[in-house]
Design a protein around this ligand. Sequence first.
Ligand code: ADP
Ligand code: ASP
Ligand code: MG
Length: 453
Amino acid sequence: MLVQKFGGTSVGDPDAVRRLIEIARATRNRDGRGPIVVVSALSGVTDALLAIAAEAGASRVDRALAHVDQLRDRHVAMTQALLGDGRMAPLAAHVESEFDQLAAVVKALGVLREVSPGTLDVVAATGELLSSRIVADALVHAGLPGQWVDARLAIITSDDYTRAVPLMRETTAALRAVVSPVIDAGRIPVLGGFVGATLQGHTATLGRGGSDYSAAIVGAGVGASEIQIWTDVDGMLTADPRIIPQPRLVPRLSFAEAAELAYFGAKVLHPSTIHPAVERNIPVRILNARKPDGTGTLITADAVSSDANQLTAMAAKRDITVVDITSDRMLMAYGFLRRVFEVFERFQTAVDVVTTSEVSVSVTVDNRRHLDAIVEALSEFAEVVVEPEMALLCVVGDCLRSDPAMAGRVVGVLEEVPLRMISQAASRRNITVIMRQADLSHAMHRLHEEFFT
Ligand code: ADP
Ligand code: ASP
Ligand code: MG
């Protein structure tokens, strides 16, 4: 059984949905059953919904309602284009009622003047709940047995709203209860990605880009043979195509390489996607929905990049903050790092890269929410310097393990770029460097020229 996830641009307009339908049809003709389809919201809709919630919370209710109507029009137009006027009645009524509910939430937020994370998730989830209904009906209209499955009944999560994590035992049981019967009945389950619900049944989302994660959770839960991520690029590329105009396709990746690339900024795959796949050893394939015959990128446990002497790819994150923490008093003393990391833990802020010397430690964070409080707490026992507007560039390749000279070559290519931190961890699968954001594009071009062309 295949799980096929389609991202925002791959359901963004009627033609995109028609392509999705043909991809699902071809899969079904080949496999004789399935696939399980997971969809994102139509492109741009999650951003629009979050903006609506923010406007409503700031009491700009009229503006928010005008934006709700724009979204309503877009979804109604999509429904009409895919199903025609005659057959769309039940779906159109459903779309209208979802937007009526959203409008009611907006008005309530305008009065409350406060948007809780739980309410934000209710608003954000609307995008996927609608797109999945539309796709399910469009499949049926195209002669395929699509059946909508409410993701809130299938993915059971923690109550960390806006970044909930799946409770795998409960989710596996839920998937057996609500998805397996649909498959057994010979139908095509269609679920909204990104969305789940807590044990109490409250809507929760898995965090931005989380539809990939949903696909992997579903794939692991039903024991899929492959999890396919259909998107708008040919697969994992050697670099972010928005920075490097002509990156190459990476045909094969190991789970470990993919995890590092995703975590360090390759947006094409949500970083958590790999975990459920690793646990059940299910291959993940990234494919271009506009080129269904492409081979894409295949990610498996043991895959090695085509040329073992080559670096595999690089990824970058902008808007990184470096925090330098120095204390002379800590010279030769133990417990310094523990105190430092306790502070980050207390404020639930993940640290990405760490470098240390005897009296100082530098760390990077990309979530600045609690930064002021963190600096204050650290200042009780150390001198703290914060440097914003930094970027993280991560070069990944299993060859970094086998060829000791490779790390030196990477840093050597960047000789004109002032590097703030350099790090290579025990996996020796990546080298991560931190620089000013202004230098990132130049650094990526240099590395790409040297290692990927
Ligand atoms: P979807 O809506 O299908 O989930 P995303 O926008 O989340 O798509 O991810 C696909 C985008 O990721 C591509 O359009 C591309 O701009 C970006 N991207 C960044 N780094 C990479 C990379 N190394 N390889 C491929 N795509 C990348
Ligand atoms: N629609 C959600 C987002 O834009 C989830 C996803 O597309 O993966 O973040
Ligand atoms: Mg995505």
